[in-house]
Ligand binder design. Structure first.
Ligand code: TXA
Ligand code: MG
Length: 329
């Protein structure tokens, strides 16, 4: 979907006035504010109901614009930006003096991403500055991948929603920290670990010493209905057991329904990870509305192309295991 110049100008004017604008990116929709305006940034947290300690991603047009937000550009970060920007990669880097604590969550680092979606790029060009934006959902809920999802999540808490159609990737960006000479994968996404390795060699896993990224916490990205992950071989038995108990059962699978029942809501997604990832969040929203006691999700393969999907499914299911949301952005 191409940007409408008049809407883009309106959106840029709203950002300049300190208002919130939701906009499409190729990953998920973002809830944007002028990253240089602390009062505007504070409105993001109020609209989402998100704790203020959670840092935001600053969206920029590219590497040149990124430089004003950082204290230094490690060589690995430069090469990653050159390879994958604009695109679904966020870099966590030492922040420049003057980047507000509202953006960084009080950390010494700042997260930066140059999105590829033409509407996001047009907005960045019209606005001219950095746009701080988390995913445009309320705290603890699934990221929106369609303009209608943003409306459902935020309603009139946002001044304007730019409609850019369905997000092509459908999962949040890969987050990589380039700090202290190391490269650490903080959140898997469409840019895979081997793609990162091809550019920078070694890529470490996040550990206790890594920069805090609340999106890594277990119960992130959860629908309201409890989610259980089920291996393919057990799916039929679990469905039959659920139906025998009464009530409705919702299922997200890559196979066809093994049994028919008017109490069974079965959503089949693609065999290919890129297509599966694109429709995952919309499918979970749909199943969340099915009035089922539980959403059963057929486990996905363990290999690299499925890594980001497996990560989000684990987090969605963690809520059911824990019985409470511990953290989410
Ligand atoms: O694809 C995306 O990344 C989307 C689109 C809108 O760009 N944004 C997104 O934002 O997913 P959000 O806020 O929902 O998730 C951003 C993640 C959070 O887990 C946050 O903790 C982490 O980025 N993050 C931000 N700044 C950070 C920093 N300085 N150090 C470590 N993690 C950081
Ligand atoms: Mg989020």
């Amino acid at each position: 979907m191409l940007p409408d110049p008049a809407r883009i100008e309106e959106a840029a004017a709203l950002l300049n006035a300190g208002e919130l604008v939701a906009f499409p990116t190729e990953t998920v929709y973002g809830l944007g504010a002028d990253a240089r305006n602390p009062a505007a940034v504070a409105r993001i947290f109020a609209a989402k109901g998100r704790p203020a300690s959670h840092p935001l991603i600053v969206h920029v047009s590219g590497l040149a614009a990124a430089k004003e937000w950082i204290a230094e550009l490690p060589d690995a970060a430069k090469r990653l930006a050159e390879a994958f920007w604009p695109g679904p990669l966020t870099l966590v880097l030492p922040k420049a003096a003057g980047v507000s604590a509202g953006v960084t969550g009080g950390q010494p680092t700042v997260a930066l991403r140059a999105p590829a979606h033409p509407v996001a790029r047009a907005l960045l060009a019209a606005f001219g500055g950095g746009i701080a934006a988390p995913s445009a959902n309320r705290y603890g809920r699934i990221s929106p991948t369609r303009a209608a999802d943003v409306r459902e999540e935020l309603g009139d808490r946002v001044a304007l929603i730019l409609d850019g159609g369905d997000c092509e990737v459908g999962l949040e960006s890969t987050i990589v920290a380039c700090i202290g000479g190391g490269v650490t994968l903080l959140r898997p996404g469409a840019i895979s670990r081997s793609q990162l390795r091809d550019i920078v060699g070694e890529v470490a896993d996040a550990d206790a010493a890594s920069p805090r990224a609340p999106g890594r916490d277990r119960s992130h990205y959860a629908p309201g209905t409890p989610v259980s992950l089920v291996v393919a071989a057990r799916l039929r038995a679990e469905v039959e057991r659920g139906l025998a108990r009464g009530g409705r059962i919702a299922v997200l699978a890559r196979s066809a329904a093994p049994v028919a029942s008017d109490r069974l809501v079965w959503r089949r997604l693609a065999e290919k990870p890129a297509e599966y990832g694109r429709s995952l969040y919309a499918a979970l929203r749909e199943l969340d509305r099915a009035g089922a006691a539980r959403i059963l999700v057929e486990a996905v393969p363990g290999d690299e192309p499925w890594a980001a999907i497996a990560d989000r499914l684990r987090r969605a299911a963690a809520q059911a295991v824990d019985g409470a949301v511990t953290d989410a952005t």
